[in-house]
Design a protein around this ligand. Sequence first.
Ligand code: URA
Length: 185
Amino acid sequence: MYENWKELEQSIIHCQKCKLCQNRTNIVFGTGNKEAKVMLIGEGPGADEDKEGIPFVGKAGQLMNKALTGLGLNREELYIANIVKCRPPSNRVPEQDEAQACLDYLRNQVVLVKPKIIVLLGSTALKNILGKEYGITSARGTWVEKKGIFYMPTWHPAALLRDENKKIEFWNDLKEVKKKLENLV
Ligand code: URA
């Protein structure tokens, strides 16, 4: 566990802990406010993120940004990261060994940011953070509190591009996040 961002970032630069390192253009470390009260965790970089080295800059990310901005949850106030930091080939779901290899980095980021709320974007984030027993369809929209952190599971933004009905649920889940955040401060 690294006690400062510089050491953590340095430790990742040449990471070869799993096979995803073989095809990456950039490591997508994470971005945003390092003292954010709200952290968002996605699955893994897609093609656009791999190219730019920034999470959620592609189509799904733009849709998510729109919802966040609409609710006054600006990206600059949040911290955004993923379960894995390198792009899985053809955007497949990260395999167990890949997620396991990368999770220590994410845990270190959580320790440094100290968020009060973590939004879990989709099944991969939910299962890797809260446990395999959780399913996104039943868990989304319901708070889970663990060790003083409030977790809100919701749809992955890419799912909204495939299913219009999920947009309203995603919006409602983010509204809950906004409400909780306002009650914290
Ligand atoms: N999907 C994710 O899960 N994360 C990203 O950064 C982009 C797309």
